[in-house]
Ligand binder design. Structure first.
Ligand SMILES: [Zn+2]
Length: 300
């Protein structure tokens, strides 16, 4: 039987979002709750359940498919979640726990892969064969979509660009390495950097909106654009995608598309760099749409 409705859940480090698509992939419903990861895994599952319950009311409990995007991925060997920056979820059998909680089959995919798929099929990447989707949110992820399909890789780590080391002297990351891309240009990484270097607690949004007078903050900002340039040029030099689409909270920062791109282009290994680097079209959390799209794989 073909389902008329496809529910996607995006499990982010800061917020959880649910969306419903109909069979024409039109968005019928979208809502968010805070993840509040510090309250633990059980609380996160309750938040997911609360959003799912609202979605079910919206479609009057009708038949649907269900997909979930999360940082990290499910280990092929153990079926346990690995590599998530929501650390309390790592090592848990996320799929079976959620299937029991929501009483429904669920397809789980990396959140950046979901984001890249949504933008490739319905957003800024539409019409481009090879789309690299970047998430700059609480953490930093990447997803590869080629000819409308997610490239997962044999270890489910394709596109995990956030943990590429760009400065071995940089801050220690939960992944075990020092100086990952994520520690420099994710929202969470940037806020931690500001705190470590200046003692200030400043949100990434305020950091960009304020006319900074403090020299240390100015230096961090300059370094941010340079790191963005380094990180994106590295991946463009390897993959040479047709387009790079930015998502996550920091993708709303306008200066990325001028100053940031200039820093990327001067590091691309080509005489005249041409890779379009653009903002998402489906909102900074297009991943929720991707989660609904991948759920359609569950259709028999
Ligand atoms: Zn790392």
């Amino acid at each position: 039987m073909t389902s008329k409705y496809h529910i996607g859940i995006d499990l982010g480090g800061t917020k959880i979002e649910v969306a419903i698509l109909n069979s024409q992939n039109e968005i019928l419903f979208r809502e968010r709750l805070l993840t509040e990861a510090h309250l633990g895994a059980e609380h996160i599952f309750n938040q997911i359940h609360a959003l799912y319950a609202k979605a079910l009311i919206c479609i009057q409990n009708k038949t649907h498919t269900l997909g979930l995007g999360t940082p990290g991925s499910i280990s092929n060997k153990t079926r346990l979640l690995k590599n998530s920056n929501t650390l309390c979820l790592n090592g848990l059998p996320l799929q079976s726990l959620l299937e029991d909680k929501l009483v429904h089959d669920i397809l789980i995919e990396n959140d950046a892969n979901c984001f890249a798929l949504a933008e490739a099929l319905m957003g800024s990447g539409k019409g481009y064969p090879f789309v690299f989707g970047v998430i700059m949110g609480s953490g930093c992820g990447g997803g590869i979509v080629f000819d409308g399909k997610i490239r997962q890789g044999p270890q489910n780590i394709a596109g995990e660009w956030g943990h590429m080391v760009i400065d071995p002297q940089g801050a220690h990351c939960y992944c075990g390495a020092n100086g990952c891309v994520e520690s420099f240009i994710s929202g969470g990484g940037l806020e931690k950097r500001i705190k470590d270097k200046t003692g200030n607690t400043l949100s990434a949004q305020k950091f960009f909106n304020n006319n900074l007078k403090d020299q240390a903050l100015k230096d961090i900002k300059q370094d941010f654009y340079a790191r963005f340039g380094q990180a994106l040029a590295n991946l463009i030099n390897i993959l040479d995608p047709d387009i790079v689409v930015l998502g996550g909270g920091l993708s709303n920062e306008k200066s990325l598309y001028k100053k940031g791109i200039a820093e990327v282009y001067q590091r691309i290994f080509n005489d005249i760099p041409t890779t379009p680097i653009v903002k998402n079209k489906l909102g900074d959390s297009a991943g929720v749409i991707g989660a609904a799209l991948i759920s359609q794989k569950l259709i028999q």
